[in-house]
Ligand binder design. Structure first.
Ligand code: FE2
Ligand code: FE2
Length: 362
């Protein structure tokens, strides 16, 4: 198998990246039972482990012209004159690069999640949280593995985009443990869920849809973990300390709304990045993405108690305050049910094939 390095379209800057750390690693000598809800989540995290090698059928291939078999409207520059004037082969290249760029960001972001989850294990003071976070560490490793295997089939890969790196870097540099949760479990996982969902729900390619469905099943548990931990912690902070966190959340929401515009892809393909980004901003794809993103994030922000005047005013100005009442529990349940439907479909397809083989040999 070729190395991922061989399919990078842009050479990543070096092969490793270091973020300096300055915080205390916390031991805890109280091995008491822990909070019932947190221990329940930990038990679920242990029981719902899966093996990417066996749960997913990696013999499935992607489509040559449209790897994930997405509707044309899901390509954010469809409808743009320069794109519409391209030949069939050129359009196929654009689709492969854009979709490959997205899966690359998923893979790179999952490595960020892996490292943040490990940071939580070492830094969070509560033992029950350390327990849960340790199940998340293996979940995130499995996600990196799954997206890497999917990405190899695209034959193109991109390094981590600058806005994502900025966000992860900021979260990792912060010495306060709750900021890791806020940045990773609330903001980045919210972003991830919105992006994964677009592929899970619209890709006709069974491999691409299944990978995203299974990863989402784990992610919705991670968001629940962040919610549980932060809901208990934030009432103990002063309003000034909460204000600082609200300002961070607001800035992160602007960053996610305005800066994830795939400029690396457009530049690489010789298109005008500014024009593409402008077209992308108003595309149906981005409207749907933003709506899904804020549905995943805003209700959690309210639920953990970061709901002072700073954030409410900011969200009102952004026009996203209405998302506060979205039913997150229902969304999480749906993420779990949909993953089970993918399992059921695979089992059904396998049983049909088995019966066909039995008939042939009879
Ligand atoms: Fe993940
Ligand atoms: Fe996660």
């Amino acid at each position: 198998m070729a190395s991922l390095r061989d399919i990078y379209t842009i050479d990543p800057d070096g092969s490793t990246y270091a973020v300096p750390q300055g915080f205390d690693v916390q031991f805890n000598w109280d091995y008491d039972d822990g909070r019932a809800a947190m221990m329940g989540l930990y038990r679920k995290g242990v029981e719902m482990q899966w093996n990417a090698d066996t749960r997913i059928d990696w013999s499935q291939e992607l489509d040559e012209d449209n790897p994930e078999e997405l509707p044309e409207a899901m390509l954010p520059i469809s409808g743009m004159a320069q794109y519409e004037a391209m030949s069939r082969a050129e359009k196929a290249t654009v689709r492969r690069h854009f979709q490959g760029w997205q899966i690359s960001q998923f893979m790179q972001g999952e490595q960020g999640a892996l490292i943040c989850a490990a940071k939580i294990v070492t830094q969070v003071p509560d033992m029950d949280s350390k327990f849960y976070a340790s199940t998340q560490v293996i979940d995130e490793a499995r996600h990196v593995e799954s997206y890497k295997r999917l990405l190899e089939k695209f034959r193109v890969a991109y390094p981590m985009t600058a806005p994502l790196q900025e966000l992860i870097d900021q979260v990792l540099r912060d010495s306060r443990w709750d900021m890791t949760y806020l940045g990773m479990q609330v903001v980045i996982e919210g972003l991830a869920l919105a992006a994964f969902q677009q592929i899970r729900d619209h890709a006709q390619n069974p491999l691409a849809a299944a990978v995203n469905a299974y990863v989402m099943q784990d992610e919705s548990r991670h968001v629940a973990f962040g919610r549980l931990a932060l809901r208990d912690y934030y009432p103990h902070l002063t309003q000034a300390e909460r204000d600082e966190r609200e300002a961070f959340l607001l800035e992160a929401c602007y960053l996610m709304r305005d800066r994830f515009d795939a400029v690396e892809v457009w530049r690489r393909l010789g298109l005008d990045p500014a024009k593409c980004a402008e077209h992308m901003y108003d595309s149906g794809f981005m409207h749907q993405f933003r709506s899904s993103l804020f549905t995943r994030i805003v209700p959690i922000v309210k639920d953990v108690g970061l709901w002072g005047p700073t954030i409410r005013k900011g969200y009102e100005e952004m026009g996203i305050i209405g998302y506060a009442d979205a039913d997150v529990a229902a969304l999480q349940e749906a993420d779990n049910d949909i993953a089970k439907e993918f399992d059921a479909r695979r089992a059904y397809v396998a049983s049909v094939a088995e019966r066909a083989r039995a008939l042939e040999s009879a």
